[in-house]
Design a protein around this ligand. Sequence first.
Ligand code: ADP
Length: 314
Amino acid sequence: MVIINDFNIKKQADELGISVWKTPSFLFIVMGIVVMAAMTLVYFISRDKSSPELLILSEIIVVIVIMSIGNSVIQSVEQIAKVNKMKSDFISIVSHQLKTPPTEISWEIELLLAEYKGELNNKQLEIISSISEANRRIVKLTNDLLDVARFDQGRFILNKEKINIAEIIREVIQNNLIMAQANNVRIEFSNNGTIPEIIGDKKRIGVVVDNFLTNAIKYTKEKGKVGIEARQQGDNLVVSVKDNGVGIPESQKDKVFDKFFRSDNVVKYNTEGSGLGLYIAKKIIESSKGKIWFDTKEGQGSTFYFSLPIMTEA
Ligand code: ADP
């Protein structure tokens, strides 16, 4: 199957955004055919012992042809690598520029509420709350794009600090309470026994918990119930977020952690989402030497998990 996919040249050309005859697979096949034809030709020429000059000449021609095709393969791969780098640089620069205005908007909203909250009526407060929510989504998307660019450029760095996972979970729940209430979803947090402190990046682990929780809320329709659990299991700390939501179709389960993936059953009714949250979560957890996985059943719900090694020394 992998071999067939590797040689699905049209699909590869579409994915890479180049013409079919420039794809590495196509050039590779052409090279194979040329080598076979050349070897056959050389074999026939070598049978004619009377003309060694012809044999040498034909071998030189074969080498030149193979080197030319090899050069095309290298150029094609170089071009793909260059375009990929340009794309990452572009995302990184644009995201940096995009970050400043929403940050300023947040400050202005905070200032407005701090100084004039008492003078505003309910309708005005509601409008400000909608602006604030839309702004929060822009901030999240630009942060996600920046993280993706950092991964692609190999510039993603994690802090190492002592973290208390229960504290992080409570903070994330608090930040998502309004969204949960708006979606009619109840959140329950249980931590079985004492949860040891671990070494990790507090902000990034918070991002993973936040991605799990916002998904559980977003993809749960009615009478939603989300259970978050943190527990020690052997040498690991396991965090799970369970919902009774829409679940993920069986046929799409293997794409869940892919960049920009959104399942068919959610795009229909929930247009908000970039498909970057779980891709980023996987990168963060795996860069922290942990594991990430999920169970799901379409129409019944999902549970997303991550585990991190319990280490007290960085
Ligand atoms: P986003 O939520 O922005 O679309 P994510 O990367 O967080 O992106 O999730 C990717 C996709 O995985 C979602 O679009 C959705 O199809 C599916 N998914 C993630 N979490 C859940 C969940 N708890 N229940 C159902 N589907 C989910």
